[in-house]
Design a protein around this ligand. Sequence first.
Ligand code: KDO
Length: 339
Amino acid sequence: KEKTMIAKLKRHCLTSIVAVSVAVTSLPALAGSHQIKLRMSTPASATDARSVALQEVFAPAVAGFASYEAHYNGSLIKQNSELEAIASGDLEMSITSAQELAQYFPEFSIFATGYVHQNAAHQVAVFNDDLMKPFKKKVEDELGVKLLSIMYLGRRHVNLRQCRDEVNVRTPADLAGVNLRMPGTDAWQFLGKALGANPTPMAFTEIYTALSTSSVDGQDNPLPTVVDAKFYEVTCQIALTSHLVDLNYVAFSKAVWDGLSADQQAEVQSAAEVAAESGRQNQLQKEADLVSFLVEKGMEIYEPDLAAFRNHVQNLYLTTSASEPWPEGVLDKINALGN
Ligand code: KDO
């Protein structure tokens, strides 16, 4: 009798384990069919700190109801076309920039202005300040894009293929005639001119080849990008101009956002902030560590006359039409939020 009881118990357990395992295996499939697809496109590589932060922090946090699908190196949507793709429903997320947004809303150029943001903390303070509300609302209402959080890209420096014995960058005058690749929007081209160089518009993914064939003289990206994209293999010097403490925004489809429950919206918002903070810390650490790495690779790295660069850059913004789209008082508020 007892034996049959044990046998029955075993059989019962076995069937229930099988039943549970079937249920469990079918759950993800069930959940999968209701999961929202979040395609993200970026010109950045998979190993860039911002890409890693979204893949390793954002994606798992929303995995209960959304499947995150990253596309790197501009492979799905080319650089500077992501916002349009989100607006038209062909993309759900991107790592966008104030320079790209400034094409639709010129006032965004204030956040892309040389020597305004002082550091990563200043960027976060500005993004979370009330001054940002009208900027964010306009992008939601007119472009269908929600700016969830702010990512730290880093201090941009002038990175040239020529060594110092050929081009020694002390002041903007030393960049006269230098063919400096800048990203392809007006705000970027203006910054290249403000540095004293001849700016050439070019997509991020074309820079390495352009440097290796000398079709451009240089580019400007933060040290982590110089390492991640291996620009040090085709350049000789970095003048630490820190001409832009650069940022990106995690851009999210407003149409998808509006379809989420309040809980799901809260999870997406929190995941975007936690991911941005994780990427920021990672990028700041890289910036601290990579000077020695690059010097070991033979790069000449030095500080130019920062006052000369700061004055030349700020002067061009303030004495030309570049500052016209800036809403009254915003620059003062941004400066007040700096330390
Ligand atoms: C670049 O094209 O130099 C740039 O740094 C511009 C940024 O706004 C951003 O698009 C970045 O490229 C990519 O994320 C690649 O790092």
